[in-house]
Design a binder for this molecule. Structure first.
Ligand SMILES: Nc1ncnc2c1ncn2[C@@H]1O[C@H](COP(=O)(O)OP(=O)(O)OP(=O)(O)O)[C@@H](O)[C@H]1O
Length: 564
């Protein structure tokens, strides 16, 4: 496991890289902000001359008033344009980042062992938490350096000592923020951890709602969720407390600077000041001087949130992308050779696969049998490219399959999982999911082969019946036949099936087996299964695994193909 300082350094580097990528987009709000500030400086001068005139000093008239009004309007326009540019930079960065996170999570697929809630939090909350970093923090951090220096320089032209007093304020603000910021960083990280745990737990329990109701545990679970939410509330309040402390320190410094300048130009009140316009100019500049520092302080919290989000996103996005060769074409037949496959999920535990070898020819089916935990699904995980073995070789037609990019490897495969997922759409589109460009005739042919049409005839809209969450409920056997239809439509030379008949009654299992037999005919097929019916009645070779080792290799009584 990596240490906290290493994680923090990775998160910092990740944020710096994102900021570099967005440099050109950030230039616009910074330039607009600077232009608005310069307008403010000119406006302050005209207002100072007008105020001096009101105090009885000569030199100002309608011209200065009109100029101040025009500059005020221009400044408002620039501020609106700056806000829009900031929002655009924030949403562009979020969109880009979300696409990257999504692509990486999809690439990892089932190889990613994070709970679903945590993955959802990564793609929604964590990316969202970076919005303020791009839209507010990055422009504010740049403007907080440029604008106060520019204003202090303008003030120094009129009153050099006044300019120096302002500059002293500019140094004190980041100093106080650095002190409160250390606490904010710690609290913000804790708040994020609590939020992530809460959303992970919530999603998990929503999924398991029927189980909770079945065991009458809803009240206990509601209590536990309430406690987790309370913990989040406490941590959020701590973050806010530190943030309020930071802004209180900033207001204190601003008041002190204003006090110093007022004391320096106290002669204004008695009417004996030698250059009243310059004095008023410096005093009026104080709010404009602190405005970018205030925005910087307000956005500091965004940076803390972003650091928390980056700590979670960096390991996902910084991990090297899967590499490998591309497939030139999909061969019509595949000879699958597995030699001495060894896979270890956890170095402290015995290997899940320990030197497994087998060979499957085109037209042949290999059933991986064995007790629960013996390693059947692990073999499929390696063949699907979701896990890299620690040792051993997988070859397709004699060529190293592990050298292929995992996504390319999957182009050769039609996979039927134990529990197929049906999306909330029509049965037709659920089947077409396997090959989006397939026309209706091909979809219907696949549905016929998998005996889907046998049950859709009785449904209100046939193949166009909407199923999935909230749609028409299909039985386990019917859903399994839809998954088989997907595999028929995909039409690939290598077929992998994980417990395709688990939890089916013998009648339905026999029907699904019938479809499986047609799917495997002429293809290279590997089926992981406990089913005695499948082992005894399916024309296949049976490889029995025990504790990750192949312990027996025999033919089923219905074995029809030839054996390597
Ligand atoms: N992600 C994982 N992390 C750690 N260990 C794992 C992981 N997945 C599987 N294992 C372990 O590897 C071993 C083989 O698991 P595998 O899922 O391949 O067994 P199986 O034969 O398919 O079991 P079943 O028939 O119950 O599906 C088991 O001891 C299991 O606990």
């Amino acid at each position: 496991m990596s240490s906290k300082p290493a994680e923090d350094a990775a998160a910092k580097a990740f944020l710096a890289r994102l900021a570099r990528e967005d440099r050109s987009r950030l230039l616009r709000p910074v330039m607009l902000g600077l232009a608005a500030a310069l307008c403010g400086v000119c406006q302050a001068w005209f207002i100072a001359t007008l105020l001096a005139a009101l105090l009885g000093f000569p030199g100002a008239g309608w011209g200065e008033l009109a100029a101040a009004a025009v500059l005020a309007l221009v400044q408002v326009g620039l501020a609106v344009a700056q806000e829009r540019a900031q929002q655009a930079a924030g949403s562009a960065a979020r969109a880009r980042l979300r696409a990257r996170v999504q692509a990486r999570l999809l690439e990892l697929g089932p190889a990613d062992e994070r709970p679903a809630g945590e993955r959802a939090a990564l793609i929604v909350d964590r990316v969202e938490a970076l919005d303020g970093y791009f839209a507010r923090w990055l422009p504010a951090a740049r403007l907080a350096v440029i604008v106060p220096v520019a204003i202090a320089a303008a003030a120094a032209v009129a009153d050099p000592v006044g300019g120096l007093i302002l500059l002293a304020g500019a140094v004190l603000v980041p100093l106080s923020m650095a002190l409160t910021g250390i606490g904010a960083a710690v609290q913000s990280r804790r708040q994020f951890e609590a939020l992530q745990q809460l959303s992970g737990r919530f999603l998990d329990r929503v999924r398991g709602l029927p189980t909770l109701v079945l065991f009458n545990r809803q009240d206990d679970e509601a209590g536990a969720l309430g406690r987790a939410a309370d913990e989040l509330r406490v941590r959020t309040l701590r973050v806010l407390r530190v943030a309020f402390l930071g802004s209180a320190a900033m207001e204190l410094i601003a008041a002190a600077i204003l006090g110093c300048l007022a004391w320096r130009h106290a002669a204004l009140a008695t009417g004996g000041h030698p250059s009243p316009t310059a004095a008023l100019f410096v005093l009026i500049l104080v709010p404009a001087f602190f405005a970018p520092l205030r925005a910087f302080s307000a956005a500091y919290n965004e940076r803390m949130s972003a650091a928390g989000a980056a700590a979670a996103l960096a390991p996902l996005l910084d991990a090297p992308a899967a590499e490998g060769l591309r497939l030139e074409e999909i061969p019509p037949d595949v000879v699958l050779t597995v030699e001495d496959l060894t896979l270890r999920y956890d170095p402290a535990r015995p290997p899940a696969l320990d030197g497994v070898s087998f060979r499957v020819l085109p037209g042949e089916t290999l059933v991986l049998a064995g007790p629960s935990g013996s390693g059947k699904s692990s073999v499929l995980r390696v063949l699907l490219g979701f896990r890299r073995p620690d040792a051993g070789r997988v070859a397709l037609n004699g060529r190293d399959a592990l050298a292929l990019h995992p996504a390319e490897l999957r182009r050769l495969i039609a996979y039927v999982p134990q529990k197929p997922h049906l999306f909330r759409t029509t049965i037709r589109d659920n089947i077409r999911f396997a090959r989006p460009e397939a026309d209706d005739a091909a979809v219907e042919h696949a549905a016929r082969e998998a005996r889907v049409l046998d049950f859709t005839r009785a449904l209100p809209d046939g193949l166009d019946t909407v199923v999935g969450e909230g749609g028409w409920g299909l039985s386990g056997g019917q859903a399994q036949r839809v998954a088989l239809a997907r595999a028929f439509l995909r039409d690939r030379p290598l077929v992998l099936l994980d417990e395709p008949t688990a939890h089916l009654d013998p009648g339905t299992e026999a029907e699904v087996l019938d479809g499986l037999r047609r799917l495997c005919a002429g293809r290279t097929a590997v089926i992981a299964s406990h089913s005695p019916l499948l082992r005894d009645r399916f024309p296949a070779r049976i490889l029995t695994l025990e504790n990750g080792r192949a312990v027996a290799n025999r033919r089923s009584s219905r074995e029809a193909g030839h054996v390597a």
